[in-house]
Ligand binder design. Structure first.
Ligand code: 5GP
Ligand code: MG
Length: 193
């Protein structure tokens, strides 16, 4: 999908704020398809009754693309976790904003998140979900900052390992903007320093 790239006339176009593209949309698309295949193979017959739990809001675009590549029935359980309140890099405060709305007891659960950074978010999500007695619990992240990701927080499926720079686009935001940028890119540093 390349809807707006060539439309002109707007002075709030996002590419003005992007320093460079780290992962282009066609590479994302290919990797998402591969991930869906990996996931399908790992679950096999266990895909029956699978509940996908996206960590909102950063995973929305990834989720939409990923689940449309998965061939089996699934439910989607929603929960909202928030860490960043407007700033890009500060603060490690992770909070549960809205609890899960689907019963996952004895169900296979796949958590989908945008990025594994310090691991605080997924540590919280894993412990919250584990308490509800799922049959299994796995995590799929689009991105992982390998240098920072702690050893005790595991993601079974990883799209891309990246360096420790602040990225936006494809669901990832800065101050709630840029989620709709189709590539994954790095912002011009003067915008947040
Ligand atoms: P963690 O709890 O692992 O440190 O961070 C996870 C959350 O922080 C991610 O789900 C994401 O919302 C946010 N985050 C971490 N690194 C980045 C980044 O480079 N860009 C953006 N936009 N969000 C990030
Ligand atoms: Mg997130």
């Amino acid at each position: 999908m390349d809807c707006y790239a060539s439309w002109g006339g707007y002075n709030d176009r996002m590419e003005r704020d992007i320093a460079y593209i780290l992962i282009a949309r066609d590479r994302i698309e290919r990797r998402v398809r591969e991930l869906a295949r990996e996931i399908s193979e790992v679950y096999g017959d266990d895909s029956q009754g699978l509940v996908i739990v996206p960590v909102l809001s950063g995973s929305i675009i990834f989720l939409a693309d990923l689940i449309r590549c998965l061939p089996f029935k699934m439910k989607i359980g929603l929960m909202t976790i928030s860490r960043y309140r407007g700033t890009s890099t500060s603060g490690g405060d992770t909070r549960l904003i809205q609890d899960l709305n689907v019963d996952i007891r004895n169900r296979h659960v796949l958590v989908v998140d945008d990025i594994l950074d310090t691991g605080n978010t997924l540590r919280l999500v894993r412990s919250q979900l584990q308490q509800r007695g799922p049959a299994s619990l796995r995590v799929c992240v689009l991105l992982r900052k390998l240098a920072k990701a702690p050893k005790d927080v595991l993601a079974e499926f990883v799209g891309f390992d990246i360096d420790d720079s602040f990225v936006v686009g494809y669901g990832l935001d800065y101050a709630d903007h840029y989620r709709n940028w189709p590539d994954i890119g790095v912002l011009r540093p003067e915008l947040y320093t």
